[in-house]
Design a protein around this ligand. Structure first.
Ligand code: CP
Length: 304
């Protein structure tokens, strides 16, 4: 693995090795606080972020490395018309590894063709978000004890939600996974995910509109927000944005051992009252995101 652009760039063995390393870091973080000294991470974020950028930066700082970059391209020569290849060649000559978020699908892959250092896709448009998937898988492994034999409900904006696309891809490699895809008709999962992943691998899935009809069947409920920034028409966003609101009342229908995940940010789709429910895992998920990124940086830099 040189770059991480797509969740499938990581083999199952490499995933297991990352989880093992993340667990070691969680247990004995002090043992790792200098292993990236003299290494520099660049975070090139052409789109807003809180968790992904801060967790990458915190991860590198906690490993003893340093961080440069931009949180929006307006402060860089991108505004003068500089191309992705030229930006990447330039930044790559100053740093050892680059995490890049971009609104255009495929931009991090394009960047990787020109990069002399590892590129990590930190989210490209409505396409993929592989490091969120690492976070999600570590959360599932820690809460459920395994990533196989699970019925997972994915709820909300399955059309534009890149975290959902990446997670389905990654989970499709584990045994006995069933998906229940809960969305309004207009926000159903893209055909290519059905054709290239679900149908091709004979993975059982159903598509439904009502969360209440299926919540009792789920081991994991992965909530997502409606992705306002991907809509062409604001009226459509306003009509669809509150399609699902998970609250205490709906959770009465769910199993006691349900795990509720959400990549965050949340808007309205999980009521704040749910945060106290022991089934809510999304703030643990936030924290695991930093530890798995520490493990990823370490592996990509080859310092372990
Ligand atoms: N989950 C996630 O990608 O969050 P941010 O957009 O805040 O990075």
């Amino acid at each position: 693995m040189k770059h991480l652009i797509d969740p499938m760039d990581i083999s199952i063995d490499e995933l297991e090795s990352l989880f093992k390393l993340a667990e070691e870091i969680i247990k004995n973080e002090d043992d790792f606080n200098n292993i990236c000294s003299h290494k520099i991470l660049a975070t090139l974020f052409y789109e807003p972020s809180t968790r992904t950028r801060f967790s990458f930066e915190a991860a590198m700082l906690r490993l003893g490395g340093q961080v440069i970059g931009f949180s929006e391209p307006g402060s860089s020569s991108v505004m003068k018309g500089e191309s992705i290849p030229d930006t990447i060649r330039t930044v790559g000559s100053y740093v050892d590894i680059i995490a890049m978020r971009h609104p255009k699908e495929g931009a991090p892959r394009y960047a990787s063709y020109y990069s002399q250092v590892p590129i990590i896709n930190a989210g490209d448009g409505g396409h993929q978000h592989p490091t969120q998937t690492l976070t999600d898988l570590l959360t599932i492994k820690r809460t459920k004890g395994q990533i196989s034999n699970l019925t997972m409900g994915l709820c909300g904006d399955l059309k534009f939600g890149r975290t959902v696309h990446s997670l389905i891809k990654a989970m499709s490699r584990y045994e006995n996974i069933k998906f229940i895809l809960i969305s309004p008709q207009e926000l159903q999962i893209p055909e290519y995910i059905k054709m290239e992943i679900l149908n091709k691998k004979n993975i059982p899935f159903i598509e439904v509109e009502r969360l209440e009809d299926v919540i009792d069947k789920l081991d994991i409920l992965y909530m997502t927000r409606v992705q306002k920034e991907r809509f062409f028409n604001e009226a459509d966003y306003i009509r669809l944005k509150d399609s699902y609101i998970l609250d205490k009342e709906k959770l009465k229908l769910a199993r006691k051992d349900l795990s509720i995940l959400h990549p965050l940010p949340r808007v309205n789709e999980i009521s704040y009252e749910v945060d106290e429910d022991p089934r809510a895992c999304y703030f643990d998920q936030v924290e695991y995101g930093m530890f798995i990124r520490m493990a990823l940086i370490t592996k990509l830099l080859g310092v372990m």
